[in-house]
Design a protein around this ligand. Structure first.
Ligand SMILES: *Cc1c(COP(=O)(O)O)cnc(C)c1O
Length: 468
């Protein structure tokens, strides 16, 4: 745990930044994503000593090498205590055993019932801290396929000096997801429904970050998982689970329901830092670009098919660029050329050499029937009601062929009540919303519907944003 990295762009042509500036900036100026310039290392001995730590103390240990350029340990501890104090379970990310090999890690005990809270509660605290130290107005612009939006809004609603514009695909997210965003009426929150897909919304956000008319007027930042601080917060629970299931003296495998490749990349980061991980299952649904890429090198987009697991209905996985950067030997110029080609052609090929460097990842693809039967199986055998995203990863775990002596942790990324229509269809059980969500269906909603046109969205943001 010796080095305190600064952050460099995957496209090699943006200034390197400290942790605070990386967090506040989001996307790098050259269109790339920030990554640490090197991976901090933990020895086996250090890992063993970390087994007894509480979630918050473990978070401080795992994250402090990355944040040392901008926060001291006590400051980080205060922010982590506030963020994880809002979780309804003392263990923050508790493990539930299914059988001799399979475990669920419940990541949905935060305020908005999805794993995004683990990162976005902390990100809200980080924004608050850095803006207090260095007061200025910050405008967050993001796109959501459902869960990021509510978690991001919950993390910043009502905070000083921050305003948030959140784009979602109109009519393509669940009612619970929509209401969790649109019923937050704090004046610094603006929900925009785009008449298009999530990928359209995400492409618009990328364009906004590269639009001089916007960046010249507003100080904009990202909360999508392109923001490094989000991935950082997610690294912690891989350590948490592995250290409870015998690590570092036993390897543990994870199955991760994957969309933007952020969550599973955090697992990869944990492995780079010295945590013994046997395998990371990249579980996709039928929107399977990552499955094809890792299986036979075909990273090419096709149209998005809406499913009951909307947070995985993605074709372009932004964080995949972070992996490509490593597979290209951390060469920014090559990664940049590759990404520019991809942005033009909508496809690229991963060589077998690159795929063999990515052997920690095991791709899997789960269709709607398999997802439904897995929900039913978990309920009938273990009395566990799981959400569609979790079911996709659990199906992949059960069919992974990973040796039975290796504990296999499926990340349970959403509370089943968030997707209760789909859960009811498969299990006959309609999960109820936890009490802390309260009267979601009775509250007033506020949102703006805009056409799927870049100019309409940009003009709305410029017109509405408080320019301070
Ligand atoms: C966001 C999300 C995912 C996908 O995570 P990525 O980091 O985008 O790969 C999976 N499941 C749920 C419930 C989510 O909200």
């Amino acid at each position: 745990m010796q080095n305190h990295p600064s952050y460099i762009s995957t496209r090699g042509d943006a200034p390197s930044l400290n942790f605070a500036d990386t967090t506040m900036t989001g996307l790098a100026r050259d269109g790339g994503l920030y990554v640490p310039e090197s991976w901090p290392q933990f020895s086996t001995e250090e890992l063993r000593e970390m087994r007894s730590l509480s979630y918050v103390e473990l978070a401080v240990r795992v994250m402090s090498p990355f944040t040392a350029s901008s926060l001291d340990e006590d400051e980080l501890r205060i922010l982590c205590t506030a963020a994880y104090g809002r979780f309804s379970h003392d263990a923050v990310t508790p493990l539930v055993q299914l059988d001799g090999q399979n475990w669920l890690m419940e990541l949905f005990h935060g305020p908005t019932l999805a794993f995004k809270d683990v990162a976005l509660q902390l990100l809200g605290e980080l924004f608050g801290h850095f803006l207090q130290k260095n007061p200025k107005k910050l405008t967050i612009v993001g796109a959501t396929s459902g869960d990021t939006g509510s978690a991001a809004i919950d993390g910043v609603a009502g905070r000083d000096n921050v305003e948030i514009f959140m784009l979602h695909p109109h009519g393509r997210i669940s009612e619970v997801q929509r209401r969790q965003m649109t019923t937050i009426l704090a004046p610094n929150v603006h929900n925009i429904a785009i008449e298009g897909s999530f990928d359209d919304a995400q492409a618009m956000v990328k364009r906004i970050f590269n639009d001089g008319d916007v960046t010249g007027t507003l100080n904009i930042s990202a909360v999508n998982s392109i923001n490094w601080a989000r991935l950082l917060a997610q690294i912690v629970y891989y350590f948490y689970a592995a250290l409870r299931l015998g690590g570092p003296d036993r390897k543990v495998a994870f199955s991760v329901p994957t969309g933007n490749f952020g969550d599973v990349f955090a697992g990869y980061a944990a492995a780079q830092m010295g945590l013994p991980i046997e395998r990371l299952i990249v579980a996709t649904n039928i929107n399977d670009i990552l499955y094809r890429a890792l299986k036979n090198g075909d990273y090419s987009t096709s149209t998005v098919t809406p499913t009951d697991a909307p947070s995985m209905d993605i074709q372009v996985s932004s964080n995949f660029e972070r992996l490509l950067f490593d597979l290209e030997g951390r060469d920014g110029a090559t990664t940049s050329a590759r990404m520019k080609w991809f942005e033009k052609m909508n496809k690229m090929v991963l060589s077998s050499d690159m795929r063999s460097k990515a052997a920690l990842f095991q791709p899997a693809r789960t269709d709607a029937n398999e997802m439904q039967s897995t929900m039913l199986w978990a309920y009938e055998h273990y009395g566990q009601i799981i959400d569609p995203h979790t079911a996709i990863a659990l199906h992949a775990a059960r069919h992974s062929g990973i040796e039975s002596g290796v504990p296999l942790v499926t990340l349970a990324t959403a509370h089943p009540a968030k997707f209760r229509d789909a859960v009811e269809k498969s299990t006959g059980i309609r999960p109820s919303l936890p009490k802390r969500i309260g009267n979601l269906f009775d509250r007033e909603e506020r949102l703006t519907i805009l056409p799927n046109e870049y100019e309409a969205v940009r003009d709305f943001i410029l017109k509405t944003a408080d320019q301070g």
